[in-house]
Design a protein around this ligand. Structure first.
Ligand SMILES: NC(=O)c1ccc[n+]([C@@H]2O[C@H](COP(=O)([O-])OP(=O)(O)OC[C@H]3O[C@@H](n4cnc5c(N)ncnc54)[C@H](OP(=O)(O)O)[C@@H]3O)[C@@H](O)[C@H]2O)c1
Length: 310
């Protein structure tokens, strides 16, 4: 099979296009013929070695988590999926990821794909929408009428978070550059704030939940916007306990482990027409370096999709 392989940590040019053996699924795994993959910032962080202490790679490695494709072979203990099923979800970390014609996934990390969403769009759901769903539904339990601020709202996670928060009945505010304000509104945001025009933290107050996907200065300005007793969730790094205490809020960094059950919920939402995927660009596997450079620029609007065998 064709695969984008890396033999060491490095920049976006470290990928090598290689012909390698198709992997064999273990008892609880499925082998998926990958139709489309998508790129997440997690992928470039792993590739660059930023995660090597907690999640070291064994080389040669095949990255890529998000995927949609057909089951080619199911392991002996797999009961939910059979050859030919169209599935989507998360490929195994590092060794047999989705930047290849075939990938391995645990049965517990995939679901049957949405029926009413084009495959290239559904490929962009697993990590981005899975994170937004897990944070807003499972971890914070957003309630009708609550006010939510999402920073980085035009990114992969942000676009999903706006839509999921709206289905939960929240009042949603997002931040983005000027060029993307209209997209935020089109996704259902009640207010869209240009982060480059003045200080966003002076324009919003008393939010119940703040989902920060940007980090750095944006995160440090976020504490004071959350109302007493409210929640601040950082997706990029640790939060500041002293700042959280000062404002009387619950602030934490979450590493979000969405799985096949979350994928089932996403498929239902996608099929009901309540979840749209914005695609910044679709590229072939041979252009994976370009896709990573775009992701790393932090300027992608929505998802970067990789077409593999479709
Ligand atoms: N902890 C976890 O479990 C978890 C899970 C998923 C993702 N994450 C992390 O969450 C972050 C976001 O992921 P993603 O997939 O949404 O990334 P992404 O798609 O690459 O996000 C790109 C977006 O970021 C926006 N942006 C950049 N700087 C900004 C700023 N100062 N203010 C507001 N928006 C800004 C850009 O908007 P403009 O072009 O409009 O500037 C662009 O649309 C990444 O660091 C990712 O690794 C963590």
């Amino acid at each position: 099979m064709k695969a984008a392989v890396i033999h060491e940590y490095g920049d976006s040019t470290v990928f090598r296009q290689e012909d390698i053996a198709i992997p064999e699924p273990g008892a609880t795994e499925v082998l998926v013929r990958v139709h489309y993959a998508s790129v997440n910032p997690f992928d470039y962080k792993v590739r660059a070695g930023h995660m090597k202490d907690g999640m070291p790679l064994k080389f040669p490695a095949i990255l890529g988590t998000d995927m949609i494709g057909t089951v080619e072979k199911a392991g002996s203990s797999v009961s939910k999926f059979k050859k030919g099923d169209l599935v989507f979800g998360k490929a195994n970390f590092g060794s047999n990821g989705s930047y290849a014609e075939y990938a391995l996934a645990k049965e517990s990390n995939i679901a049957h794909a949405p029926k009413n969403m084009p495959e290239r769009e559904a490929a962009g759901l697993p990590v981005a929408a899975g994170t937004a769903w897990s944070v807003l539904v499972e971890m914070t339990g957003v309630k009708k009428g609550q006010k939510i601020l999402i920073t980085g709202a035009s990114g992969g996670v942000g676009i999903m978070a706006i839509q999921i928060a709206k289905t939960l009945g929240a009042y949603v505010i997002g931040t983005s550059s000027k060029a993307n304000l209209r997209t935020l509104k089109a996704m259902g945001a009640d207010e869209a704030i240009d982060y480059a025009e003045g200080d966003f933290s002076e324009k919003v107050s008393d939010v119940d939940i703040l989902l920060d996907t940007v980090g750095g200065e944006t995160l440090s300005k976020a504490y004071k916007i959350v109302k007493k007793g409210g929640k601040l969730i950082s997706l990029t790094g640790p939060t500041d306990n002293a700042a959280a205490d000062k404002y009387g809020i619950d602030a934490k960094y979450l590493s979000v482990p969405s799985d096949g059950k979350t994928m089932e919920e996403l498929a239902k939402l996608a099929d009901s027409g309540k979840l749209k995927v914005i695609i910044d660009r679709e590229l072939p596997l041979e252009k994976i370096s370009e896709a990573h450079a775009l992701s790393e620029s932090r300027k992608a609007k929505g998802k970067i999709i990789i077409k593999i065998q479709y």
